[in-house]
Write a protein that binds this ligand. Structure first.
Ligand SMILES: NC(=O)c1ccc[n+]([C@@H]2O[C@H](COP(=O)([O-])OP(=O)(O)OC[C@H]3O[C@@H](n4cnc5c(N)ncnc54)[C@H](OP(=O)(O)O)[C@@H]3O)[C@@H](O)[C@H]2O)c1
Length: 267
């Protein structure tokens, strides 16, 4: 079991926009799709997949449990509802979307329900998202070492999360970088632009190749077929040690997503 290194994200995309985005992504070669209960687009993602003709066995589907469904008696039923929308009888990966400290449900109860959903065959792998080191340690203690496939976290050249990623590496937990492009912000960066020019690549490809070369999985989203296709080519871009060092120096704690009540105390 492992996490595909390249998938397509679907945050903010709804209706025909998400149907077109997922159809285009599958068409140009993506085989992993990231959605979430809170995105309100699981049914459209399911529709796009059904229309694409790509076989279920060739796809890697990730969804995320929303905070309303963290109680022991709610998690599996909510995941079954997600499966129905996605038109499948299992997802490949299910994540706890945010730690949401103080939402009234103990982390132990949620993690036990997530492990149970896996035992029931509703999901092949389980993981966490937006967890800091302390909470990741708690989650490991609750479900066992080796059970947590990934921690999906905000990570871009402007927010490199070095402490957390070092810890996750040590634990054998794959890092999934979300918003690797900082929702477009890094695309204007002059250092990344210079590296892109040197390799005859796009700035987006440079940011994605940087994350891939550090061993992270990426899930960039796009509403444009040409961007979806060119982003995927980041897999063929080899950055050299000098490029990697110059990108490392871009760290600026540039966090884009920090919702009150959901986020932990960041490392
Ligand atoms: N776990 C979590 O809490 C969490 C939070 C946020 C996101 N996520 C996941 O991570 C995925 C990625 O994050 P994101 O979609 O927010 O941001 P992102 O991938 O960093 O950036 C997407 C933005 O970049 C643009 N873009 C993409 N490729 C481009 C290219 N080659 N050239 C120019 N612009 C380009 C897109 O515009 P165009 O449409 O015009 O191409 C879009 O506006 C999400 O879709 C979601 O699945 C997870």
């Amino acid at each position: 079991m492992s996490i595909p290194s390249f998938g397509v994200g679907t945050f903010r995309l709804t209706g025909q926009t998400v149907i077109d985005s997922v159809r285009n992504a599958l068409d140009v070669g993506y085989r992993a799709v990231d959605t979430a209960q809170i995105y309100g687009n699981e049914a459209e993602v399911g529709q796009a997949i059904a229309q694409s003709g790509v076989q279920r066995a060739d796809l890697f589907l990730t969804t995320k449990i929303w905070t309303d469904n963290y109680a022991g008696n709610k998690l599996a039923p909510s995941l079954r509802a997600s499966l129905e929308k996605l038109r499948t009888d299992y997802v490949d990966l299910t994540l706890i979307h945010w730690p949401a400290p103080g939402n009234g449900v103990e982390l132990g109860e949620t993690m036990a329900a997530l492990a149970e959903a896996k035992a029931l065959g509703l999901t092949r792998q389980i993981g966490i998202s937006n967890f800091n080191i302390a909470l990741t340690k708690e989650a490991i203690a609750m479900v066992g070492k080796g059970e947590i496939a990934t921690n999906q976290i905000e990570l871009s050249p402007y927010l490199q999360n070095r402490k957390l990623t070092a810890f996750l590496k040590e634990q054998g937990i794959t890092v999934t970088s979300y918003m690797t492009l900082a929702y477009g912000k890094v695309l204007k960066d002059p250092v990344l632009a210079a590296i892109a020019a040197k390799h005859d690549a796009t700035v987006a490809q440079v940011a994605l190749a940087w994350a891939l070369q550090l061993g992270y999985a990426v899930i960039p989203s796009s509403t444009r077929r040409e961007n979806l296709a060119s982003n995927l080519l980041a897999r063929d871009l080899a950055l050299d040690a000098d490029d990697m060092a110059r990108i490392a120096a871009l760290e600026r704690n540039g966090r884009e997503v920090d919702p009150q009540g959901l986020a932990p105390e960041w490392d």
